[in-house]
Design a protein around this ligand. Structure first.
Ligand SMILES: Cc1ncc(COP(=O)(O)O)c(C=O)c1O
Length: 376
């Protein structure tokens, strides 16, 4: 049985009519640029997350770039982040003239390691960007403590982790993206809240960051042809906002379904490989489901076996950022971030979407077991 990595159409039939009506309404009004659907979605998204403000932007990459600028990052500043993420997190750091500094990751969660981050702090450090990888919350208590101690800004890259939650010590559960100074989100179709094209957002409780973002996304202007600064053309599209408002109503249910798929994967794979570990103070949003083997050869063997059976799979990420050609000038090499080096050689991700059936889950886990020589 072929199993895809994601199936965008599987969840579509129950909401098809509602979405098509919402999209037609935008077509009929022709309010394509910053129409009222954008403001409506921003209000709903902020309310869902418990954030004061939300600014809808063109994609999750622009969300990061504009969040850095709005948070006051200046050329020459250093921003510490994970080497084990998509390049959008770090390319945008360079694009605002700052310098990405990669710290090592935690061997269990694969998220940025606060202890390694602290060692990388210099007088030039201005911000930390924890990336909630695959949907699993970072150790936000530790990052916020570091930020207070060293007067740093924390921008959470929440592209993969919308609906993930974290319970700070002594506090109530909070949605990811609301623990730092701002959170950035991607609505790329394969994300937990996917648009029918590109989309993104930044949430913040900081009025000044919000006001700046509102200008930045629209050429630096609040009033047409009055530009207080240079900005970008990076507005959330009105058609996408209309789609997102409808999908937002279902997203919690989809995350529950993802968690159920994850629990079944974990049960079937017990003793075969390492499955995701979710700390007690975290709710995983399972944008990806990533397993780990005790050697590269076992990982490569499992991956090859799944591919031969028509089961989609992917390594997120096969070459960590400190080893990428694009960052050769930073001088990173194997051995600098040893945990990351080892993790990238031993993980890969299985198909993950809310509607995966028990039959599909069994097909996937049977193939992983076969590759490991485990009797089915
Ligand atoms: C961790 C992370 N940050 C940022 C992005 C960028 O989002 P977008 O594709 O919407 O620009 C992605 C997209 O995959 C991502 O995974």
């Amino acid at each position: 049985m072929k199993v895809p990595m994601v199936d965008m159409l599987a969840g579509y039939p129950p909401i098809k009519e509602e979405i098509e009506n919402a999209v037609k309404a935008v077509f009929n009004k022709a309010n394509f640029i910053l129409g009222e659907e954008v403001r409506k979605f921003e209000a709903e998204f902020a309310a869902h997350n418990g954030a004061k403000h939300c600014v809808g932007v063109a994609n999750g990459t622009d969300a990061l770039r504009m969040a850095y600028i709005a948070a006051g990052i200046k050329p020459g500043d250093e921003i510490i982040t994970s080497p084990f993420t998509f390049i959008a997190t770090s390319e945008t750091i360079s694009q605002v003239g700052a310098v990405p500094v990669f710290a090592d990751i935690d061997p269990v969660t694969f998220n940025l390691d606060p202890k390694s981050v602290e060692k990388k702090i210099t007088p030039k450090t201005k911000a930390i960007v924890p990336v909630h990888l695959y949907g699993l919350p970072c150790d936000m208590d530790a990052f916020m403590a570091l930020a207070r101690k060293h007067d740093l800004i924390v921008i959470e890259d929440t592209a993969q982790a919308f609906t993930g939650k974290y319970k700070p010590a002594g506090g109530d559960w909070k949605y990811l993206g609301t623990l730092g100074h701002c959170g950035t989100f991607s609505f790329f179709p394969a994300k937990n809240l996917g648009a029918f094209g590109d989309g993104g957002a930044v949430t913040t409780n900081d009025q000044k960051i919000y006001d700046t973002l509102i200008q930045l996304r629209n050429h630096g202007s609040k009033v047409r042809y009055h530009h207080e600064m240079e900005g970008f053309n990076s507005r959330l599209d009105t058609v996408q906002a209309a789609v997102l408002s409808i999908r937002l109503k279902h997203v919690e249910g989809w995350t529950e379904m993802r968690n159920q798929v994850a629990a079944k994967y974990a049960k079937n794979l017990e003793g075969v490989c390492v499955t995701p570990v979710v700390p007690a103070n975290a709710r995983h949003s399972f944008n990806y489901y990533t397993i780990r083997f005790d050697s590269k050869s076992k990982r490569d063997n499992a991956q090859k076996h799944l591919t031969e059976q028509g089961i989609a799979n992917q390594i997120y990420y096969p070459i960590a950022l400190h080893l990428q050609e694009a960052y050769r000038h930073l001088g990173g090499k194997r051995g600098d971030l040893p945990v990351c080096d080892e993790v990238m050689d031993t993980v890969f991700s299985l198909p993950m979407y809310p509607e995966l059936t028990d039959g599909q889950i069994k097909t996937v886990t049977d193939a992983v077991k076969e590759s490991a020589g485990v009797r089915i």
